[in-house]
Design a protein around this ligand. Structure first.
Ligand SMILES: Nc1ncnc2c1ncn2[C@@H]1O[C@H](COP(=O)(O)OP(=O)(O)O)[C@@H](O)[C@H]1O
Ligand SMILES: [Mg+2]
Length: 458
């Protein structure tokens, strides 16, 4: 009975009492029997009280519950529901409120999902992102940005961009974006720990629906790899020019001398002509190697895959090598597994063997030994070319496959090397999805291992 005497009902109870007293007074004028009068009044009181209780249970209590639930919903608790069974108008209201809460709950779940998706996208984009409002306050930085510039989200969010970003180019980009109200692009270098990064920054203005500037978004791309490639390309052009310049200068010089002098001294003439011939041969070799490399580097390089027998290949290659080796009195040892067959580009594999064996001969002193060892398992063919030559310094190993890299310039040139042999080998191995390893020790010798897959996916 406790709810009966809660505040609103208490007033009704007082009202009921007033009605009873009033009707008691009126009835007492016409009724003499007090017992009947009191019984009638008591009955009247109980009926009115029961009626009140009914009104309370059916109308007031559900409305109170509804008010509490709506309050919860206003606070953001969309899971609040009213549990009350009623078929009256109040019941309808309760159902509507519950439906509203359900809809709001669904909307809030959807919104949460969208915002999570957006955060995932923002955090996983390849570029660094910064969102700045029209007053210059940072609203958002993504994970990539933090990985580029350090610190944490808290160190940026809510601060003025020029207070927390210590970079002149970033400041200029923001200022220009706000000033010109269009996209601005700049590049700069950033030191991230010990690493030097090349970054490209794009500032883009953000407008609201009334076309007023609301802020700017900065996108930062790491272009270090691109810069490296650009540098490599520049280096390569410089190297090629340098490599071509030497033989061309020599050819031109000797040809000029021949033209200027009277051509009576046949011996000198022949000597000069021979130099010109050798140098033009050298030019041809460099150009052929460069063409081979550029063909191998093309994305759509066509590998002519055939089932090849390595023993047949070795038979084709060995005569040339043997001849060169004989001139230096080198011992050649061969060991091949029986009938190794696999899928590969025959001419390219032949080129690997020639380049490696050629190096073994060139970089091994007289009376040394070179060996070719080929084995296979069900996955790989393992080609090992070793020598007892001059060996390679450990520091030079990592650069060995760079174009035009030679440990000893003069020595390589004297042997007719172009400095491109190993670069070509590396590319051929790569297009065959194979791997290379080198073991080398100064003055002891070198062993190069090539692993080519037996079943290439191409
Ligand atoms: N078997 C080897 N022993 C010692 N040094 C080698 C050997 N093979 C390659 N090198 C070193 O690697 C360099 C690059 O080899 P390569 O690309 O074939 O160019 P090249 O032989 O034309 O100079 C050579 O100049 C040489 O210094
Ligand atoms: Mg070579």
């Amino acid at each position: 009975m406790k709810p009966l005497f809660t505040r609103p009902l208490f007033a009704y109870v007082i009202g009921v009492l007033a009605v009873i007293i009033l009707s008691g007074t009126v009835l007492s004028l016409v009724m003499d029997n007090y017992i009947v009068l009191i019984s009638v009044l008591l009955a009247e009181f109980i009926i009115l009280l029961l009626f009140l209780l009914h009104v309370y249970e059916r109308h007031i209590k559900p409305i109170k519950k509804a008010t509490n639930t709506v309050e919860e919903i206003v606070k953001g608790n969309f899971r609040a529901r009213i549990h009350h069974t009623s078929t009256s108008h109040v019941g309808e209201l309760i159902q509507k409120i519950n439906k509203l809460a359900r809809n709001l709950n669904e909307l809030s779940i959807q919104e949460q999902m969208h915002s999570e998706q957006l955060t995932t996208v923002i955090d996983n984009t390849e570029g660094g992102l910064v969102l700045i409002d029209s007053k210059g306050y940072i609203h958002l930085v993504n994970r990539k940005f933090i990985s580029m510039f350090g610190n944490t989200m808290k160190d940026y969010k809510g601060y003025l961009y020029y207070e927390v970003l210590d970079n002149k180019i970033i400041h200029e980009t923001v200022q220009k974006t706000f000033l010109y109200e269009k996209s601005v692009k700049e590049t700069f270098t950033n030191h991230n720990g010990n690493e030097k990064q090349y970054l490209e920054i794009v500032g883009a203005p953000i407008f609201n629906e009334r076309n007023m500037l609301k802020g700017a978004v900065l996108v930062l791309y790491d272009i270090t790899e691109l810069k490296k490639l650009e540098l490599m390309r520049k280096d390569f052009v410089a190297n090629v020019s340098h490599e071509l310049k030497t033989p061309i200068t020599s050819i031109k010089g000797f040809a000029e001398t021949l033209l200027e002098n009277d051509m009576n001294d046949v011996k000198v003439n022949n000597e000069f002509l021979e130099i010109i011939y050798n140098e033009s041969n050298r030019l041809q070799l460099i150009i052929e190697d460069l063409l081979t490399l550029s063909r191998l580097e093309r994305e759509d390089f066509p590998l002519v895959l055939n089932k090849i027998n390595i023993n047949v290949l070795v038979d084709e290659v060995m005569p040339v090598i043997k001849q060169k080796a004989m001139q230096k009195n080198l011992k050649i040892s061969l060991s091949l597994d029986e009938d190794i067959t696999f899928m590969a580009d025959k001419e390219k594999v032949k080129q690997i063997l020639i380049n490696l064996l050629d190096n073994a001969v060139n970089y091994t002193s007289e009376n040394g030994e070179i060996s070719l060892h080929i084995t296979s398992n069900d996955k790989f063919v393992h080609i090992k070319v070793s020598d007892t030559g001059i060996g390679i310094d450990e520091k030079a190993l990592s650069r060995l496959f760079e174009r035009f890299y030679r440990v000893d310039q003069a020595r390589s040139r004297n042997t007719g090397g172009t400095g491109l042999g190993l670069a070509i080998v590396k590319h051929i191995v790569e297009v065959h999805e194979g791997t290379i390893e080198i073991d080398s020790e100064i003055n002891k010798g070198t062993a190069i291992h090539i692993y080519l897959p037996k079943n290439i996916s191409n």
